[in-house]
Design a protein around this ligand. Structure first.
Ligand SMILES: Nc1ncnc2c1ncn2[C@@H]1O[C@H](COP(=O)(O)OP(=O)(O)OP(=O)(O)O)[C@@H](O)[C@H]1O
Length: 401
């Protein structure tokens, strides 16, 4: 495969001005109250993107996704490293980038296209289609500074897809459009993929990445921490986020330890056994159930515990859940080690991989410990259907009359 984007050892440094501390102000008496601080928004990023692939850039707020996209788009220059591109590029970056606020929509379409190296005659040919796709004909002769953010994105997207780009860069902006427009854009992105164009997408919509991308690149503090097929990369990202959430919970529990020592209880072992007797990550037959065993260590005894058990897809979408409250069971937690088991009979799941979640909380709603991917199992299928649940489908022709 030929690569269309080659990023080598790319780094970008920003200088931010910060308020000085009181001590610094006294020492620097009379001078500015601000001091400059440099920080690296991107560090040593290397990435090769092949022609015809769709890449999702994901990660925390501030992890460097937009900075990387802007550097691919040539809007920001690197401090070290390089970006090289093959082919015509169209970019939909953050709101405000790309259009001149004092010009009308019409003037901006021509300006934008000419920046991309497209002749006036060519744009004349596409102009009606651009306006038509954007759906903002009424406002095409209004200055874009009076546009709503959705109108702005509609026009920008319409231009980007009509200039025949080989590479399309899309920042989170699509989320600003209303649902019908988002759907229209996603359809167009699908068409672009079918035509073998390359797309780099920055988004917080992890489902979108899983659905549309061939590859997901996870950034953290300006560095690539994962670059894999979407499901694997996103599972790792979710697991990292969950770990951070648990650390935060443990910190809070430690703070509240004196008043609520039960919040420090932790699951120490959760295991899954198929009815066939297989443990680990078993493959279940269509009519097979599972038993989940869980061990909990608690520093104190408490009697108002609620335990939840759920099944999710690998992307975390719930397909089943129950709690001891729903089951009409009271859970008493002993000081020290506790062990329980729950049996789930055949769940009617279709072929695929599934995760088991386990959680414990108190009756007043406080979360004690939640494990999002406590165990895994897969279900064997017969290849006769898609989706999460299984149905016994029979086809017949209905006689007329
Ligand atoms: N022009 C700039 N001057 C100073 N700092 C900047 C500038 N642009 C971005 N940054 C900083 O660089 C870091 C990375 O920003 P970036 O916008 O690339 O993150 P992001 O991953 O796209 O975040 P989000 O998900 O919130 O959009 C942030 O800490 C941000 O504050």
């Amino acid at each position: 495969m030929t690569s269309v984007i080659e990023i080598a050892d790319l780094s970008k440094k920003f200088t931010v001005r910060k308020e000085k501390s009181l001590k610094e102000r006294i020492v620097n008496f009379g001078r500015s109250q601000l001091h400059k601080e440099e920080f690296w928004a991107l560090q040593d990023v290397s990435l090769t993107i092949e022609a015809g692939t769709t890449i999702g850039l994901v990660g925390h707020n501030g992890s460097g996704k937009s900075t990387l996209l802007k550097m691919i788009g040539g809007i920001l220059q690197p401090d070290t490293g390089s970006v090289s591109l093959r082919g015509r590029l169209a970019a939909l970056l953050e709101l405000g980038a790309g259009f001149h606020p004092d010009l009308t929509g019409r003037e901006n379409v021509y300006l934008n296209a000419s920046i991309l190296g497209i002749s006036r005659q060519e744009i004349d040919k596409y102009f009606d289609a651009i306006v038509d796709f954007s759906g903002i004909e009424e406002f095409i002769d209004t200055q874009v500074k009076f546009y709503s953010s959705g109108m702005y994105v509609r026009l920008a997207f319409a231009v980007a897809i009509h200039v025949d780009p080989d590479i399309l860069l899309v920042d989170e902006v699509l989320a600003v459009g209303d649902e019908p427009f988002q759907r229209k854009c996603l359809e167009r992105i699908r068409q672009f993929q079918a035509e073998g164009r390359t797309i780099v997408l920055v988004t917080h919509g992890l489902d979108q990445v899983n659905e549309f991308c061939d590859r997901a690149v996870v950034l953290d503090h300006g560095r690539i921490v994962s670059d894999d097929e979407p499901l694997t990369a996103l599972q790792k990202l979710r697991a990292d986020w969950e770990e951070e959430r648990q650390e935060e919970r443990s910190r809070l529990a430690a703070e509240q330890a004196e008043d609520r020592p039960e919040l420090a209880a932790r699951f120490e072992g959760i295991a899954l056994w198929a009815d066939s007797g297989h443990g680990g990550e078993p493959e279940l037959g269509p009519d097979e159930g599972v038993e989940v065993t869980m061990q909990l260590a608690s520093p104190v005894a408490f009697d108002d515990a609620v335990i939840s058990v759920g099944v999710t897809t690998p992307m975390g979408h719930p397909v089943y859940s129950t709690t001891t409250t729903l089951l009409g069971t009271k859970v008493f937690v002993r000081r020290g080690t506790n062990k329980w088991a729950i049996h789930l009979s055949a769940m009617g799941l279709n072929e695929g991989d599934y995760l088991v979640t386990c959680g414990i909380g108190t009756a007043d709603g406080a979360e004690v410990h939640f494990v999002p991917a406590a165990c895994r199992f897969s279900v064997r299928g017969d290849g006769r259907s898609l989706g999460i649940i299984r149905a016994d489908a029979r086809w017949r022709e209905v006689p007329l009359g």
